[in-house]
Design a protein around this ligand. Structure first.
Ligand SMILES: [Zn+2]
Length: 445
């Protein structure tokens, strides 16, 4: 971690706000004693004796005279039954230095900002000191812990998140409908995107130079992280997310669709990994694109006709296909017909493509570490589903109105392996090893 350098306020930002904010924080928390308890966490006994008082940092303020810590005191008790020493109830998460509100603040901002930008916002607008690496660590911890509640697992490893579980405490769309009977038709759209890895563009260039010399075909795309997501346009929320370094395949698609059980239909493109999707409907737009590739009249037109004639032809063709699909869908899914007889369900995967575009936009910079990019993507998709402002005006999403989810649901979970894992995280640019560095000790034995 970087040693914190002294920070100064931005001189163009009104200091009054920061000063008032700091004063109220000091008034509320400085030296405050937390001593309430809910009993022993091990045996639930209320029999206890006072043990000692520990100091904890609620937050660190940036002031004209350097950093100033706001410290609180937390009483510790010794259980009279089992002897365990435990803390009184206090606003801290397990294994996190700063206080709960500050960490929630970091997570909230991290969904829409790169970690270093979060550091700057906290500094300039609030006069709070948290460094970039700490913010990143909190995001990673959130990912680990959210996985304990709603992780999608492959061989015991979390590779994604079931948002229906995280937001609504249900396994799938079927259970969501049961919980909210006013939700009649729910369709889904699934798609993948490949945010590129840090340094992958340069690596691709280098590789293609060599391929050229060897007379091989050029590689088209730089290495990326496979980010597959499913989206429920009815409630404008993500249902599931998978982030992996492996190419998308039918195993991932099978895991991705688990939360979609009970949906009326599921839109995908023509990727063969989706072949086994139940109640699958092919995206109209992708179908039309495929049609255009094979259309003989279009090929003729492209040789002789004016551009506007081609455009007219394509438009007409698309309308015909849309008409055909609409009729079919109305028959298959009458739940989606509104009182005016219009079909309200989606015909294309546009909603998820928009969503994937938003993920890429919010990621902004390429990442090199799977864990880090996954943490960030989870925060982005949560914020994209739980919102209170959109299209330039106040606008509350279904999940914002109906979900009880809070960051603390995940952050309060205690994970034993976390500490060890963080200690063994390899430094940047560390050469890839063929053996597991954690097992070196075992080999020497
Ligand atoms: Zn006890």
């Amino acid at each position: 971690m970087r040693h914190p350098k002294n920070k100064v306020f931005h001189k163009l930002f009104p200091h009054e706000f920061i000063r008032m904010y700091h004063q109220s924080l000091i008034l509320e928390y400085d030296n405050k004693l937390f001593e309430k308890t809910i009993g022993c966490p091990k045996c639930n006994s209320y029999k206890r004796s006072k043990y000692d008082i520990i100091k904890r940092t609620f937050c660190t303020l940036i002031t004209e005279n350097g950093f100033r810590k706001i410290e609180v005191r937390v009483r510790r008790y010794k259980c009279g039954k089992c002897g365990r020493v435990y803390n009184a109830k206090s606003p801290f998460y397990p294994r996190c230095d700063y206080s709960r509100p500050l960490i929630d603040f970091c997570l909230f901002l991290s969904a829409k900002n790169p970690y270093n930008k979060v550091e700057v916002i906290l500094m300039n607008l609030f006069g709070l000191q948290v460094d970039r690496d700490t913010i990143r660590l909190y995001a990673m911890r959130f990912k680990e812990r959210a996985g304990k509640i709603a992780g999608i697992k492959l061989f015991d490893k979390d590779i994604g998140i079931n948002f229906l579980k995280l937001f609504f405490g249900v396994q799938n769309v079927r259970e969501l409908k049961r919980k909210h009977p006013d939700l009649k038709g729910i369709e889904s759209a699934s798609d993948e995107t490949y945010p590129r890895k840090k340094g992958a563009k340069k690596a691709l260039k280098e590789e293609n130079k060599i391929r050229k010399v060897l007379g091989e075909d050029e590689k088209k795309y730089p290495d990326g992280f496979t980010t597959a997501a499913s989206y429920l346009p009815t409630i404008k929320s993500y249902a599931s997310l998978i982030v992996t370094e492996n190419p998308f395949n039918s195993i991932f698609s099978r895991l991705l669709r688990l939360p979609l059980a009970g949906s009326d239909y599921n839109l995908t493109d023509g990727h063969k990994a989706y072949t086994n999707f139940p109640d699958r409907e092919r995206c109209l737009f992708h179908l039309a694109k495929n049609m255009a590739k094979k259309d003989k009249i279009l090929k003729k037109l492209q040789k002789s006709a004016f551009p506007n004639e081609i455009k007219e032809y394509l438009k007409k063709k698309y309308q015909e296909m849309k008409e055909e699909m609409l009729n079919m869908m109305k028959e298959k899914h009458p739940d989606f017909i509104d009182p005016e007889g219009e079909f309200t369900g989606s015909l294309t995967t546009n909603c998820i493509e928009g969503g994937n575009w938003r993920i890429k936009y919010e990621l902004r910079t390429p990442y090199e570490n799977l864990s880090s990019v996954t943490a960030k993507t989870i925060l982005i998709t949560i914020m994209d589903s739980i919102y209170n402002f959109r299209y330039g005006k106040p606008n509350e999403s279904f999940a914002h109105a109906n979900s009880l989810f809070k960051f603390e649901d995940a952050m309060n979970i205690r994970i034993k392996e976390e500490k060890a894992k963080m200690r063994f995280e390899l430094p940047k640019n560390f050469p890839r090893l063929e053996f597991n560095p954690l097992s070196v000790r075992n080999m020497k034995r």
